[in-house]
Ligand binder design. Sequence first.
Ligand SMILES: [Zn+2]
Length: 388
Amino acid sequence: MIKTLSLVASVLTTEKEAKTTRDDLYKLAAKTSLLMDEKQLTEKNTAHAEEPLRHLGVKLLNALSADAGSVKVEVLHSNLVRIREILGEILKPHISAKNYQKLIDAFGFYSDTKFLTSLIHDAKFTHEKKTVFDNLAKMFPAEMDKLRKQRARAKPIPCAAVASGCKQLAVRQQGQFNGSQFCPYHHMAVFEQKIKSPKLETFISNKNMATYLCQYLIQDEDNLCTENNTKKMLNGAKPLRLFHFARAVLAYKLVDRKLRRNRAEAVLQKYLNKNATGFVHVDDKHVAVAKKVMVESDVHNTAKGTKYGQKATFNAPPKDIFDVILGATNRVLQHIFDERYLKSRVHAMYLRTMSLPPYWKNMALKEVKKNGEAGKNASETKEEKQAS
Ligand SMILES: [Zn+2]
């Protein structure tokens, strides 16, 4: 490995300088092994170096096998500097001042960001890079094993828009971007419209998106309740209640028919009862209508009778029983959504999880230029799967 490193070094500097550095490292390696043989260096007095060394090994293994673009050379450099200090301290009592300086110089050379950048990023050194990697892999078998498993989990997956004959890979999670099951091009085709014109409905129905709107309504509650326009619309209700009511109505519509009667009752008690903490402050008239519809569905059921007996409630209230009330509360939510939420920091946070990182965005834009609007064919059902 030292040989490989000096080969890279020789290209970067003069061959002579590289050779000197290499010889120094060989000498030090020999000296260290001798000291270990003589039991001057033992497991006990070097134990504290083990963890930093292992840590460095993992960092190097990662850096030497990852996409070159994602490697931070500065981090490697600071790790190497730390190891130099630890090793220097261990060896110092056993070696001459001259040799100590050589160690510091040699380490300084190989931990220099210029050297690391070349080894990792320069295509010229692909072979050397692999040799160093293979050697390190032998030195840190357990870490290598872990890395291999990690890599397998992060294996690239093909773009989900297979129907359009796409053979690209999906964009992985990166920074604040959540990752996508689509390639850059198809991600943009599917999500650009959603990002540009967000809909209140999806921020209520989609589990992930709802967390952002919910977070905003909690964080900005005081402002919403005091700002004149919104205050008037809310009519005393807390904005978060309207949001929970909307979600409850949605859940009600999806619930099994057999459970609908009970669920409708629960919604009434929790949100439409004047004394309830979740009261949404809507017009009494509308609540009265909803209650009447519910009673009617019971009567209808009783009159008809079923083989499950008079008390069976299979004749459930209609799905749209709360729609008029929901329309009223959603008008308030829509106002908050348009005027406040979309301009909020919370929404900006959401956008960052959805918008392609610059590198991928450029790639997508290039594709768009090439293909025109073809990407719009990406399947909508796939997208919904991802959204929920
Ligand atoms: Zn694709």
